[in-house]
Design a protein. Structure first.
Length: 258
């Protein structure tokens, strides 16, 4: 596996792991982290032997935001030219399902990175927030748009305007987090969930992710039309025939990812 500067990667079974690894900065997301995460996620995405990706950090921090020290002296023009958002959009666009396994701080860009994933699994120590307002800026990696879709306008507005953090149970009640687990069990639970997903047929996973993504962006009628077409298209895959035959024959399916 390629060596990266700011992350650790590992393929275990059909699961690709990306671990943010800048402990000295609570995994603050600088330009190199973006490059490394995008490259690692793209490589896993291109590999048919991988059916799910987990992104995680350390016990203390998933990521405490974009790297403030790297950004502090930049001009508006330099920020535009750096196109940080464009880079992260490539990560959000991978077709393989991605789970964020969050322990400790997921703040600013860290919370936004978690929201670019498909599922957020949280340790009971997790803390989510968009504190950019305390720095004289606003969320810049999708937070203002994705948080509203996750928790609704009023809760997102309160979090973004006050900059306060919410704990894992509040984030779960708000619908940001799918499940909260004891911190000691986080990685094992993430692995179980990722293995469950990775055992499915890749074409149906890609299709499911595509229609889920569309639901965030399209009006209902258009989304329903897309869903019907994608549903029908899956009947041309071998895995649909295998999945339904296995059901009829009362056995587990043996998917070939085609
Ligand atoms: N950037 C750079 N360094 C950081 C960051 C960060 N976001 N967060 C923590 N660090 C560093 C600290 O400076 C410190 O380094 P040093 O030891 O050299 O002083 C080290 O990590 C440990 O941090 P603390 O000593 O502060 O640890 P505490 O336990 O006292 O506090 C907190 C933990 C509460 C998480 C605190 O570190 C904090 O408030 N961090 C900043 C959180 C924040 O404001 N995040 C939002 C950043 S802005 C953002 O994310 C915008 C996203 C859009 C960007 C678009 C493109 C770039």
């Amino acid at each position: 596996m390629t060596d990266y500067e700011t992350i650790l990667t590992e393929a275990r079974g059909r699961v690709g792991w990306i671990t943010l690894n800048r402990p000295e900065a609570l995994n603050a997301l600088n330009t190199q982290v973006m490059k490394d995460v995008v490259a690692a996620a793209s490589a896993f995405d291109a590999d048919d032997a991988i059916g799910a990706i987990v992104v995680t950090g350390s016990e203390r921090a998933f990521a405490a935001g974009a790297d403030i020290k790297e950004m502090e002296s930049k001009t508006g023009g330099e920020m535009l030219m750096a196109d940080h958002f464009g880079g992260w959009a490539q990560f959000a666009a991978v077709r393989t399902p991605v789970i964020a396994a969050v322990s400790g701080y997921a703040l600013g860009g860290g919370c936004e990175l978690a929201m670019m994933c498909d599922i957020i699994l949280a340790a009971d120590t997790a803390k989510f927030g968009q504190p950019e307002i305390n720095l004289g800026v606003i969320p810049g990696m999708g937070g203002s748009q994705r948080l509203i879709r996750a928790v609704g306008y009023y809760k997102a507005a309160e979090l973004i305007l006050t900059g306060r953090m919410m704990d894992a149970s509040e984030a779960e009640r708000a619908g940001l987090v799918s499940r909260v687990v004891p911190a000691a069990d986080l990685l094992a639970e993430a692995e179980k969930m990722a293995e469950t997903i990775a055992a499915k047929s890749l074409p149906s996973l890609y299709a499911a992710k595509a229609v889920l993504d569309a639901a965030m962006e399209t009006p209902m009628a258009e989304g329903l039309r897309l869903e019907r077409h994608v549903f029908a298209a899956l009947f041309d895959t071998a895995d649909q025939k295998e999945g339904m035959a296995a059901f009829r024959e009362k056995r587990s399916p043996d998917f070939e990812n085609r």
